[in-house]
Structures are given as C-alpha cells and as structure tokens.
Design a protein around this ligand. Structure first.
Ligand code: FEO
Length: 395
C-alpha cells in the first residue's frame, strides 16, 4: 500500500494482501486482508508500530526507505503472531539500534518463534509510558485478543489507540479510514466471530477500559482504521452482549436426501412460527459465514446422516468449530437419519463441552422420514419457538 500520512509525523507503512484467501490454513478471507504498520516520529525518537507478514516485508522496507528513515529507536510488538511480528528480524537487521518494545510474555514468544536475541528487547509494564520527545506511547495490557501476550498502545497527544488484531477486520482496501460502514461491519463481525468470539468475557473488560479513554482514532493492524471509534465499539458491545437473536442455525449435511427432507420440514415449520432460520449446507458452505451467524443465534440444529456409526465428518467439523468458538448459544439439538444404527447423538453431545446450552430432544430416524417423523420435527419447532420466547432477544 502507498504510504499515507494519518497525522503530521504519523505514517501508514504497512501492506495490503489483496489475494490472500486463507489464514492459519483455516480461516477463509473472502476480502483479502492487510497488515497495518505505522511509523511515528517524535521530536527525539522514532517508533514503528507492528511490522507486516514476512511475505510483505519488502513492501514495509521500501516504504521506510521512501520516507527516508535512517534510524528507528523502537519497534512496538503488540502481538507475537507472525502476520505482525514476522518482519521484525528484518527490521532489526536494517536498523541495528532499534529495540523491540513489548510485554514480557510477548518477548518470550518472540524469542521462541523468531529467535530474536534477548538484548534487542525493552519490556514494558501495563500502563508504562515511553517518550518519543513531544509524543508519548502508553502501553496497555490486553491479554486474550486473541493470544495471551497482546498489548495495545495509546499515543497520548494524538489520542490514537493502536489495537493490533483487536477490533480489526480482514478486508483489503486502499482506503485508510472506514468509508463504507456497512461493509466494514460485516468484515469486522466475521473477524470477531472467527478469531475473537472465544474470548468474549475478556473482551468485555477491555471494551470497558477503552470506553474510559479519550480516543479519536482506533488504528488496527488489519483492515481500515476507525476515525469514528464509536462505530466499532458499539458493534463489539452488541456482539459481546449476553443477548441473542430469535435465530436458529441449521448446519446440515445429507447424503441421500433423508436428512435434507427433515431439514426442509423443520425450516418451514420454524419460519411459519416467525423464527429466523439460517441454513448451511456443510458440503458447500464458507465456514466463516456460519461463524458469523453464531455470534447472535439462540439455537443450533446439527443435522447429519450416520456414517460408519457416527455423524458425518463434515458435521463433526462444524460441531468441533462451534464448540471451539464458544458462541453464546442457548439451545442445541440434533436431527438426522441412520440406516442400521449408530451413536451420532452421543458423539455430537460429547463434543459440545464448552457450550452452556440446553439440549432439546433430538429427532433421529431410521431411513427416509415418515409422517410421524415430520410430526416430531413440527413438535421440535414448537419447542424452539417456546424456548425463544423465554429469553432476552435482541431486535
Ligand atoms: Fe493478525 Fe493474531 O494476528
């Protein structure tokens, strides 16, 4: 990305990854991503805030070169994951006087992951400050967004909060600031769902802390940055709130249409009762879309045939991810079909250990659904409808 001046003496020097489509070999990136890095010049010292993914190191170095940067005093490492830290060794080599500024936990991880020598670090405590002359960096510990070592930096005089992954989005765009809030809302929600949701309770506390601060710009290390911090803080408050929506996710896989017929009937019955249903065919779906709907939904229905005595592997994958993401689901149930037996229900329930869900009686049938099976699914729709009436439901 081109070098952009955010404010006098503060430049964006990061890189956009327009065509990256997978992160951690797991998370789909339909809109690419960016690795945001910022150069802050103070009257006496210069700091680089995060680096970029090692695949984009040349862009970072070229940006620093174009800006005529001969010396860097501090490289602030908010987070040890390599998409931000991976170019630190290259920066340290080019700028031999530079020190990596981070918390003790991140220091240990950077020494392990990138083999950065110990004498290149300055460690800071929560709340500690570092002067650049006429500008001051204040460091704020923010563990578990999404690794245990994460810190944030508040540039006091400019009221800019640098948050690394936290509050970010995987969205490649040449616009530095958010211009299309609806688009960024979706990308940031996907990011929250895929990466931050398991740490909802920690995030609530971090948001409370940020709300006490005077922040004019939130500069993340992925996606466009926020000159209206309220937009992203309000979105996060909604996502982390204990309330859920009157929504059911049906995550299904069907081999010979028995399970599909059951799904179609249940979806119709729920829709007639005014319950919003989001249906995902697990053989086709982008798992990130499913994760996004898990942010708000009250109920999940896992629908699967029986394969080799258990649930279909695609259903197991979705259940595993759902359990790992720890959404605020209130209810769960299972529907599906078997040919001659199996232990699908016990297997799925056994994988939902992280969720505080009430189990609604499953409907698992032999073969193709008959009249009484459809009746059982209608009864399930009644039960879900009644359960949803008794909970806090977001509008
Ligand atoms: Fe963007 Fe956790 O790295």
């Amino acid at each position: 990305m081109a070098i952009i001046e955010l404010k006098k003496g503060i430049h964006y020097v990061g890189a956009i990854d327009w065509d990256r489509r997978l992160f951690d070999e797991l998370i789909p990136l339909p809109d690419g991503t960016s690795y945001n890095s910022y150069l802050i010049k103070g009257s006496e010292r210069t700091a680089l805030i995060d680096t970029v993914d090692p695949t984009k190191q040349d862009e970072l170095m070229s940006n620093l070169e174009k800006l005529g940067i001969e010396d860097i005093d501090y490289v602030v490492a908010h987070h040890a994951e390599q998409d931000h830290s991976g170019s630190i060794p290259g920066v340290l080599e080019r700028y031999p006087n530079a020190k990596v500024v981070t918390g003790p936990k991140c220091k240990g991880m950077l020494m392990d992951l990138l083999q950065i020598p110990e004498d290149r670090f300055i460690t800071v405590e929560d709340g500690e400050t570092l002067s650049l002359g006429d500008r001051t960096l204040e460091f704020i510990y923010a563990p578990w967004v999404h690794w245990p070592e994460t810190i944030l930096t508040y540039l006091k005089e400019d009221k800019i909060l640098f948050t690394c992954d936290f509050l970010g989005s995987h969205l490649a765009t040449s616009e530095l600031f958010v211009t299309d809030e609806a688009k960024v809302y979706q990308a940031a929600k996907r990011y929250y769902a895929e990466i931050m949701m398991p740490f909802r309770n920690k995030i609530i506390k971090h948001l409370e802390k940020i709300e006490q601060m005077e922040v004019e710009i939130i500069a993340t290390s992925h996606g466009p940055i926020y000159n209206n911090p309220k937009f992203i803080l309000d979105a996060y408050k909604e996502w982390v709130s204990p309330d859920v929506k009157n929504e059911v996710i049906v995550a299904f896989v069907s081999m010979h249409d028995s399970t599909r017929k059951m799904v179609e009937h249940l979806v119709e019955e729920l829709t007639e009762r005014g319950v919003v249903v989001k249906v995902y065919n697990l053989s086709k779906t982008d798992i990130g879309e499913l994760a996004m709907d898990l942010v708000d939904a009250a109920t999940i229905v896992v629908a699967s045939p029986t394969v080799l005595t258990g649930a279909h592997p695609l259903a197991m994958y979705a259940v595993y991810l759902t359990n790992a993401l720890r959404p605020k689901l209130r209810f769960a149930t299972i529907i599906g079909s078997y040919g001659w037996g199996g232990r699908m229900v016990d297997q799925i329930i056994g994988m939902l250990t992280n969720l505080k869900v009430e189990l609604i009686d499953p409907v698992v049938i032999k073969g193709y659904p008959r009249e009484e099976d459809f009746k059982a699914l209608s009864k399930m729709a009644d039960e879900i409808f009644e359960k949803h009436k008794g909970i806090n439901v977001m509008k």
